[in-house]
Unconditional design. Structure first.
Ligand code: ZN
Length: 194
């Protein structure tokens, strides 16, 4: 019911692990609506509650583009229960305006979460498509992990961050993803996957 301010990179609470939702209260319903309102106002693909200052385990995704009808998906207390393969993903984040870089992601993921009706659901996303990559990106926000922690080239990432007036990468957060990097290198055609 409101477009919220999105916290930008450098804000400490973006590095905090978020808390489970215990009940889909009125407050949670308002929060979900705020997330969707903010997502659509910013033309984003996904947005997680910590990005609007609420460290609770909720994110929203809508991968519809152009003339496609809106397709809001709400994930409460999500868990990634299966992941496989690897893909290069050229990503940005609403907390990093205009900054895009290449990151490592799993190609296929299965997520289990609770929907707005309070019922659990399972969703499978495949082939490194936008949904598969967005689920991983948004899930990370609930763990205090940011997309640049998965960057394939820290020099390229730092250059983009500097160009956009953002702080450089914090090396302490860089993830060791040897398996993913090897898998991506084996499939060079994936490199142009945006
Ligand atoms: Zn993000």
């Amino acid at each position: 019911m409101a477009v919220k301010k999105i916290l930008s990179y450098g804000t400490e609470s973006l590095r905090v692990k978020s808390k489970e939702v215990l009940k889909i209260s009125k407050k949670i319903q308002v929060l979900v609506q705020d997330l969707l309102d903010t997502l659509y106002a910013k033309n984003g693909v996904g947005l997680a509650a910590p990005q609007i200052g609420e460290n609770v385990r909720i994110f929203v995704i809508d991968t519809a583009s152009g003339d496609e009808p809106l397709n809001p998906r709400v994930f409460i207390n999500p868990k990634i229960i299966k992941k496989s393969g690897a893909v290069n993903s050229y990503e940005g984040c609403l907390s990093f305006p205009e900054a895009y870089t290449n990151v490592r992601r799993y190609k296929n993921v299965t997520v289990k979460a609770i929907g707005m009706n309070g019922r659990p659901f399972i969703l499978e996303a495949k082939d490194g498509d936008l949904l598969a990559r967005a689920i991983q990106h948004e899930f990370d926000h609930l763990e205090g992990i940011l997309f640049i922690d998965h960057c394939r080239n820290r020099f390229e990432a730092n250059k983009v961050l500097a160009e956009n007036g953002l702080a450089p990468i914090d090396e302490n957060y860089l993830l060791d993803e040897e398996y993913l990097e090897e898998e991506i290198a084996k499939n060079p055609e994936e490199k142009e996957n945006h």
